[in-house]
Design a binder for this molecule. Structure first.
Ligand SMILES: Cc1cc2nc3c(=O)[nH]c(=O)nc-3n(C[C@H](O)[C@H](O)[C@H](O)COP(=O)(O)OP(=O)(O)OC[C@H]3O[C@@H](n4cnc5c(N)ncnc54)[C@H](O)[C@@H]3O)c2cc1C
Length: 377
């Protein structure tokens, strides 16, 4: 069996690895228009039960790939989730039991001073979690995949076209065909399939983050009081600069801007200043040393989608907004099971693209990502 995958970001790379490890001839095409530059957060501390299940399955996928490739892709980190009192009482108290079911150790802290964080409001709750969060070396996985002997890696922009019922992928004037073509082009998904005249319920948007030098932090911080998150840039760097009592952290907020992927000139300075000020309230001394942006995409319900665009020929998997590393590998595995076994595993059924077969609006709110807590008010 031959499969051609368009897009070698997070999902395409995991999918290519899973397929080729199961003996499928796999071609992965990537244009290099966007690549994760540092490890991504994988967290099981999610809001929706089905997402928590997917995050548990994704962790298993990372562990399988680590074993098979002989590398350590997944690095455990504790996390501190800071929520307003109302959100703890109305939402998070019940969620904690769900997180415990997938092996997360959860405790409530009285104070976060020992972790280098400041109290900002009198009504905030600190949730310490161990075993629920990881940094996953996706850039390392992509590098290994580019050099893999099992996977045919093609550098270039793919153009997908239909020849009768056959789907062809054209890259640098060369045509690739397979039993299946899978589109995993992230924020470019709607553009790639749009050229075939196929519309999908996906809206691309820009999100941004900044890097800071600050006092040593050895946890991921999800701060729903200030609406920001922060995490060490990489585990190795954190260890290195940690010797001097310092950390390089990446932080951001949920700010998004709807725009065509690739059209941006840079970060929005006003947003970055605001993020910096909010992070300083929590972390104290921080020096901004860089910033960057990337493109994500969301569906109308902000949950990912997977399924066929042309039955038994053309598949798509996307809509991962800010939590692709959490739930993406599980849905990639589901697609592998579908391609090899002919049916979707139960855990994938809530995410099938046919939930939008009744139509979708022309635009929608992408500012509330599915992994964020406490955004009900
Ligand atoms: C600043 C930032 C920080 C983030 N942090 C996290 C995090 O910590 N944890 C987390 O879970 N998520 C995070 N996300 C979100 C995460 O990056 C996405 O959910 C995830 O990358 C989606 O995976 P994907 O494979 O669908 O898309 P992508 O990873 O974007 O991959 C799409 C790929 O398609 C390629 N491509 C596009 N068009 C073509 C074409 N025509 N031909 C060939 N190739 C093409 C691109 O080069 C790219 O490699 C972050 C996003 C941003 C922007």
């Amino acid at each position: 069996m031959n499969v051609v995958i368009v897009g070698g970001g997070l999902i395409g790379t995991v999918l290519a690895q899973l397929l080729s490890l199961r003996g499928v001839n796999t071609t992965l095409v990537d244009s290099g228009v966007q690549r994760p530059r540092y490890p991504l957060i994988h967290s099981k501390l999610l809001k929706f039960r089905e997402d928590v299940e997917l995050a548990g399955i994704s962790e298993g996928v990372y562990r399988e790939l680590s074993r098979e490739l002989g590398v350590d892709l997944i690095h455990d980190l504790p996390s501190i989730t800071i929520v307003p009192g109302w959100c703890y009482r109305e939402l998070v108290r019940d969620l904690v039991n769900k997180w415990r079911e997938v092996g997360v150790e959860v405790s409530i802290l009285n104070d976060v001073g020992d972790y280098g964080l400041r109290r900002v409001s009198n009504d905030e709750v600190y949730i310490m979690s161990i075993g629920g969060d990881h940094l996953v070396d996706i850039p390392g996985l992509i590098r290994l995949t580019m050099d893999s002997e099992r996977i045919r890696y093609v550098h270039g922009e793919a153009h997908v076209r239909l020849d009768g019922r056959n789907v062809e992928v054209v890259v640098n004037n060369h045509t690739y065909t397979g039993d299946y073509v899978v589109i995993t082009a992230g924020a470019w998904n709607s553009e790639v399939v749009g050229k075939l005249g196929i519309k999908v319920p996906l809206l691309p948007y820009k999100c941004q983050a900044a890097a800071f030098l600050g006092r040593s932090v050895n946890a991921i911080v999800y701060d729903y009081v200030l609406g920001v998150y922060a995490r060490p840039l990489t585990p190795r760097l954190n260890k290195l600069v940690g010797r001097f009592g310092l950390s390089i952290i990446v932080g951001g907020d949920g700010n998004v801007e709807i725009e065509r992927p690739g059209s941006s000139k840079g970060v929005n300075e006003e947003v970055m200043r605001d993020v910096t000020n909010r992070l300083r309230l929590r972390f104290g001394w921080l020096v901004r040393i860089g910033s960057g942006f990337g493109y994500c995409e969301g569906t109308p319900d902000m949950r990912p989608l997977v399924g066929s665009l042309i039955e038994d020929k053309l598949y798509i998997i996307g809509g991962f907004n800010g939590y692709g590393a959490e739930v993406g590998p599980a849905l990639a595995l589901a697609l592998v099971e579908y391609i090899l076994g002919g049916s979707w595993p139960n855990y994938a059924k809530p995410y099938l693209i046919n939930r939008f077969s009744g139509g979708w609006p022309s635009t929608w709110d992408v500012s509330r990502e599915a992994h964020e807590l406490c955004n009900e008010r």
